[in-house]
Every structure is written in C-alpha cells, then in structure tokens.
Ligand binder design. Structure first.
Ligand SMILES: *[C@@H]1O[C@H](CO)[C@@H](O)[C@H](O)[C@H]1NC(C)=O
Length: 254
C-alpha cells in the first residue's frame, strides 16, 4: 500500500513539472501587457486556447485559480494555453487605439502574442480559441472585432459589447459606469457598426461566438448580455429572436 502511494506521488509530481512561463513577444505601442504560455508535459493536440483574465488579476492568478478550467484542460487534453497579463487594473477596452485593428493598446498586444505563439509553438492557425471573463470577457468581444481572422471561436462570460466601454476622452483602461450599469443601449445595427468600424473593409470569416452572463451580476449588468447578442447577430446577419430558450441553464448550484 505504501509503495503504491509513493509511486502515485512520484507520477503526480512528474505530471505537474510544466510551468507557466513568461515569453518575449513583439509588443504594441501603448501597452505593457506581458505574455505567458503554458506548455503541458504531453502536447498531443495542436490548438491554442487564449485565456484572458478579469480586473485586478494576472496571468499567474488566473492560471492558478482552480475555478478557471483551462489549466486542467491543458494538462488533461494536451494543448497549449496562452495567458496574457495586463499591466493595468483592467484591460484597455476604452481607448481608440485598443478599439482599432493594429491600432496599438492591449488588443494589438494580445493579437501580437497570438501570432507569436502560432509561429513559436507550431499551433494549428485554424484552431485558435479565445475565452475570458469580466474584463477578459470585454476584451474577448474587442478581440473578436479587431482580430476576426485569428480566432476560430470565442466563448466569453460576463462581458460587455465590443466598444461599450469607449471613453469619450480617449483614455486607456477607463471604467465606464454607463455601460457597466447597463445603460448603454443601441440598435443591433448601431452595435454592429461599432464592430465593423474596428476593422473596416474586413469581409473574411469571423469567429463563432458563445456569450454567457449571470442574471444577478451586480458589477456588470446583464443588460450587456442582450446588447452583446444584438451586436453579434447583426454582424452575422442573423435574426435577434432566439431559436430556442432554456430557463435556468446551467441549473443553479449552491
Ligand atoms: C461610456 O460608454 C458610452 C458607450 O457605451 C459612451 O457613449 C460614453 O461616452 C462613455 N462614457 C465616458 C465617461 O467615457
């Protein structure tokens, strides 16, 4: 019995030898974001999952958070994960630079990180996926708008529509109470125009979008869920009316 558990312990430590590591990348003007990559011990799959942290967090904190499943996913399924780390409290989703394709700022920085990872780790460029929560969810919408050619699919939770945090003064990484409080309303066409303006004249494929938002969120009003759906259905030319509605999904837990 003792022998078995010692062996099990040896295998457990061998299996967790891989570590989150900082990687140099071609940075972007107006951003001091850093790039962190996790290469599991046994890479058996070639997609890349990009996980964007929330406010007051970091690549390390998000990576170590047991509720964020991408570290375990990386180990279990054998794919590489990229963890951008912000140098500001929240991601810059408010400056004109960051809300523009290759405009500089954090979105351009993350776009550069992904391109660098594709070249460095022999990732399949057709299998690059993006996820993020809260500020990372906002950034996921911005990246879907500014780098639609890079991402195959995006799954985000508790974000706001791309451009909803736009700052009237152009300031970077500025909180926007109107949007966070759920008072930024626009038509589907107007929200779609916001996305199209971030990468004008782009008419290639766009990532599939999955949007999640808790209905009792007190930091980011869930009105932003409805506004985000208006935005992307317009971009995809789909009707706003749902095909199917399921109440209380996923079912509430304790
Ligand atoms: C907040 O965002 C809205 C759009 O959602 C914008 O009209 C407004 O100017 C922004 N507020 C500030 C203070 O920048």
């Amino acid at each position: 019995m003792l022998f078995t558990s010692v062996l099990a312990g040896l295998f457990a430590s061998a299996a967790s030898a891989a570590q989150l590591q900082q990687v140099q990348y071609p940075s972007a003007p107006q951003s001091r974001a850093t790039m962190w990559v996790y290469v599991p011990d046994n890479v058996v799959e070639n997609p890349l999952v990009v996980a964007v942290h929330s406010c007051q967090s970091s690549a390390q904190a998000y990576f170590q958070n047991a509720k964020i499943p991408w570290h375990q996913g990386s180990d279990g399924k054998g794919y590489i994960t990229l963890w951008p780390s912000s140098s500001t409290e929240c991601w810059d989703v408010s400056s004109r630079q960051s809300l523009t394709r290759d405009g500089g700022g954090d979105s351009t920085a993350i776009g550069n990180m992904v391109k660098h990872a594709i070249e460095t780790y022999k990732v399949d460029p057709e299998r690059v996926f993006l996820t993020g929560g809260s500020s990372g969810g906002m950034m996921s919408n911005v990246l879907a708008a500014t780098y639609p050619d890079i991402f195959k699919a995006v799954s985000l939770y508790s974000g706001v529509p791309a451009g909803c945090f736009v700052s009237s003064s152009g300031a970077a990484a500025q909180w926007n109470n109107t949007c966070s409080g759920g008072q930024s309303h626009a038509s589907a066409e107007q929200w779609g125009d916001v996305v199209r303006a971030m990468y004008p004249d782009y008419d290639g494929p766009r990532p599939r979008m999955q949007i999640w938002h808790g209905s009792v969120d007190s930091t980011l009003s869930s009105n932003n869920y409805a506004e985000t759906i208006k935005q992307w259905t317009n971009v995809f030319g789909l009707p706003e009316e749902p095909v199917e509605e399921i109440q209380n999904f996923p079912s509430p837990t304790t």
